[in-house]
Design a protein around this ligand. Structure first.
Ligand code: URP
Ligand code: ZN
Ligand code: ZN
Ligand code: ZN
Length: 479
């Protein structure tokens, strides 16, 4: 399989230049003015188009069993949506039930993901603790290409990780060269506020943001960062949605800590007024955690993106349909938490970031692909356009326009949080593993074409971390 992309402009996280790209099998084999061609080449004319590394969404939940139901988009429909939006790799989450073996859960998720159209990898959540969990973390890192572990500081009485678990697990991550990640919300406070609001008769979706105010996220972000700092561990905060959390990350980075922050396309562009919608189903469709926030938080998030405090963009794609949301008709705490977005992430970032002059095209590439590849140790196979890299690419038409709508998206749910947003510049062709996977609104990839991506331990940032640890090693006083 040989594919030539001719006449386009390559945009990487560092530079923009005109060149052809030749892909053979699943690799980029030549970049430049290519005139001597091997036989049987399929050619794509990319004149006037931009060619960028395929998007990587580091936060999705396909087919997630959660809050008494299962997310509607599975690894088949969810990855069709990903490819339609220029994303070629997702990092999803294995979430073991408390007391479930991590390895059993991991293999369960690997089985579900066999039908993926795009590439995929897995973070594994730590929802409980004992010696067997520590042992299985080691096996996952050494034998299964897992280098990141997730901790939910919220969802009390379900999957919440308390401080003792955070300390034990972060310590283990450090020993293994893995990166701990956190959903930073104080689960005790959320639980307390949920009960209080329900007792006061606040049962609708408008109570959801009231049960998770920004201070709840700020407290947990500061706590997780402090725990990591004390242990000398790196830390990655998923779906940062508040000014408080951005400030916490910035402060820690300014003080030499290895901290990373992720922001969702939704939190950057949707505000909390959605919960006031008089239509229950519309308000409930926006219930996700952390919730959408007042506008000044969005300003802080954009500044965090521009200033380098937040390095990655994700979606937390966890799609529940209206019928599923209705499980919480009389009790907002039972509305399954989650919204869709894996298809729209790059378009939204392009429209609200690049087109509004907040970020450059090169920064767009860094934020949608390269930084994630680096942090989670997939670079330079992923997130980059160079000879030897994987041929995961998106051909972007900066002149094309599109209006986002649930009527045309590829998620199975009937609602889009980005409904009606006009996009100027859209992904036209998605190439995954050297093959055209999506072109002009037509799916070409087949279910099962997606590959599992192994992510080795000790991402490059660990080098500095280990050196610091070595230099700061305490020494007993010889007496
Ligand atoms: O509301 C959300 N985000 N649902 C998925 C689980 C999580 O917290 O990431
Ligand atoms: Zn195994
Ligand atoms: Zn979360
Ligand atoms: Zn999530």
């Amino acid at each position: 399989m040989t594919l030539l992309i001719k006449g386009g402009t390559i945009v990487t996280h560092e530079e923009t230049f005109k060149a052809d790209i030749l892909c053979k099998d699943n690799k980029i084999v030549e970049i430049g003015a290519i005139s001597v061609l091997p036989k049987n080449v399929e050619t794509i004319d990319a004149t006037g188009k931009l060619i960028m590394p395929g998007g990587i969404d580091p936060h999705t939940h396909m087919q997630l069993p959660f809050m008494g139901t299962v997310a509607k988009d599975d690894f088949a429909s969810g990855t069709v949506a990903a490819l339609a939006g220029g994303t070629t790799t997702i990092i999803d989450f294995v979430i073991p039930n408390p007391q479930q073996s991590l390895l059993d859960a991991y293999h369960q998720w690997r089985g579900w993901a066999k039908k993926a159209h795009s590439n995929y990898s897995f973070h594994v959540a730590i929802t409980w603790w004992d010696d067997t969990v520590a042992e299985e973390m080691k096996i996952l890192v050494k034998d299964h290409g897992v280098n990141s572990f997730k901790h939910f500081m919220a969802y009390k009485n379900a999957i919440m990780a308390t401080d003792d678990i955070l300390v034990a697990s972060f310590t283990k991550c450090l020993e293994l060269g893995a990166i701990p990640t956190v959903h930073a919300e104080n689960g005790e406070l959320v639980y307390h506020l949920q009960n209080k609001l329900m007792a006061e008769g606040m049962t609708g979706p408008e109570a959801h943001p009231l049960s998770r105010p920004s201070s709840v996220e700020g407290e947990a972000a500061n706590r997780a960062i402090s725990i990591a700092n004390t242990l000398g561990a790196p830390i990655y905060l998923v779906h940062v949605s508040t000014e408080e959390a951005v400030d916490a990350i910035r402060y820690a980075k300014d003080h030499g800590q290895t901290v990373f922050g992720e922001v969702l396309a939704g939190h950057l562009t949707v505000d909390e007024s959605v919960y006031q919608n008089p239509d229950w189903a519309t308000a409930a469709a926006h219930v996700m955690s952390p919730p959408f926030r007042p506008k000044h938080h969005q300003d802080a998030l954009w500044k965090g993106v521009q200033g380098g405090t937040l390095q990655t963009t994700a979606t937390d794609h966890c799609a529940f349909c209206a019928e599923q949301k209705a499980m919480g008709k009389d009790n907002f705490t039972q509305i399954p938490n989650g919204t869709a977005g894996v298809e729209e992430r790059m378009m939204v970032l392009w429209e609200k970031g690049v087109n509004e002059g907040k970020i450059t095209m090169n920064e767009f590439v860094a934020l949608t692909s390269t930084n994630t590849a680096k942090i989670f140790n997939m670079y330079p196979n992923k997130g980059c356009i160079r000879v030897g890299a994987d041929a995961d690419l998106v051909i972007w038409n900066p002149a094309a326009t599109k209006t986002i709508s649930a009527k045309t998206h590829h998620s199975k749910i009937e609602h889009s949080i980005f409904e009606g947003m006009e996009i100027h510049g859209v992904p036209e062709t998605t190439i995954c593993n050297g093959k055209i996977a999506w072109h002009d609104n037509v799916l070409i990839a087949e279910s099962g074409n997606g590959k599992y991506i192994d992510r080795p331990a000790y991402a490059p940032f660990y080098e500095a971390l280990r050196k610091r640890k070595e230099l700061n090693q305490p020494k007993a006083v010889a007496r």
